[in-house]
Write a protein that binds this ligand. Structure first.
Ligand SMILES: NC(=O)c1ccc[n+]([C@@H]2O[C@H](COP(=O)([O-])OP(=O)(O)OC[C@H]3O[C@@H](n4cnc5c(N)ncnc54)[C@H](OP(=O)(O)O)[C@@H]3O)[C@@H](O)[C@H]2O)c1
Length: 262
């Protein structure tokens, strides 16, 4: 990633530049292709997902060790994605288990808003996600519960314990957050895929074989046959330590209006 292409992407994110055009080298053009959709703000609200997994599709060992599955380039990729979106979403299990800060530390760029889906109020008030550091902090919940000062609370009705991804998205858009990244875990991302709301999913694969442990994406209603499986248009990008598969999903509004997808 050259400094000039990264500055260009940050400018596009801030509405100070256009994605098209530019005199880029082939490597820089690949960076524009990979990160451009996250930086764009003129195509309406969009949701992205990213998951880092092993060669055999695991995101943690059986004993729940999930640290360092991604290599250094996979981590830098994740931080670039964070820097380009308005907000990052995680499910409460990730917030409890990984204690993520969800800040941008491995590249230049602003910290996104941090959003946790915590329907039953399980996340303690001293969780790192809630730390006051200037970034917006939001929680989506299904009950009345006090949260730390400055944390914006979105309360939605749950049906059989589940919150509707469409309603969560509408509430976040209303709060001014239009480009969102779901960072995990697999449960949370798959609910947005199932609802047809994910525009793109980045699957970052690290060259490690675990052999057992938690699977990444696990759909609530998986297909019976391969013919029914989702087959997104996918481009592979070699990052160095990791390979990213950039998958276009039905939630991509640009794609949804092209005749080919009708
Ligand atoms: N490798 C990676 O890229 C990566 C990234 C993130 C996390 N992880 C790993 O993934 C594991 C956690 O992932 P996970 O899939 O088990 O859990 P998760 O997605 O982090 O959290 C799931 C929980 O979030 C709440 N939730 C999310 N969507 C909801 C919805 N639509 N309606 C209602 N509640 C919703 C529910 O809370 P309740 O249970 O309270 O109902 C649900 O059980 C951890 O081991 C973590 O280390 C890996």
């Amino acid at each position: 990633m050259s400094a000039r292409v990264w500055q260009h992407l940050l400018a596009v994110r801030d509405g100070k530049g256009h994605l098209s055009g530019g005199d880029w080298s082939p490597g820089e053009q690949r960076a524009v292709d990979l990160y451009g959709p996250l930086a764009q703000r003129d195509v309406g609200p969009r949701v992205f997902g990213q998951i880092g997994q092993s060669l055999d599709g695991r995101i943690a060992t059986e004993s729940d060790d999930a640290r360092d599955i991604s290599g250094p380039d996979g981590l830098a990729h994740l931080h670039r994605m964070r820097a380009l979106v308005d907000g990052v979403i995680v499910g409460v299990k990730t917030a409890l288990h990984d204690q993520p800060r969800l800040t941008v530390r491995l590249c230049e760029g602003p910290n996104p808003a941090r959003i946790v889906i915590d329907p039953h109020g399980r996340l303690p008030n001293d969780a790192p996600i809630f730390r006051a550091d200037g970034a917006r902090r939001l929680v989506i919940q299904a009950l009345e519960q006090d949260r730390p000062e400055g944390v914006e609370v979105i309360t939605l009705k749950a049906t059989e314990g589940r919150l509707d991804p469409d309603e969560m998205l509408a509430a976040l858009n209303k709060a001014g957050l239009t480009t969102l990244l779901i960072e995990g875990g697999g449960f949370t991302i798959s609910r947005f895929i199932d609802a047809g709301l994910l525009a793109r999913l980045h699957i970052a694969i690290a060259p490690v074989l675990i052999g057992a442990g938690q699977q990444g994406i696990t759909m609530p209603y998986p297909p019976d046959t391969l013919a029914e499986a989702l087959r997104p248009a996918t481009t592979a990008f070699s990052l160095g330590s990791d390979v990213v598969f950039d998958c276009e999903l039905p939630g991509d509004r640009e794609q949804a209006v092209t005749p080919a997808s009708l």
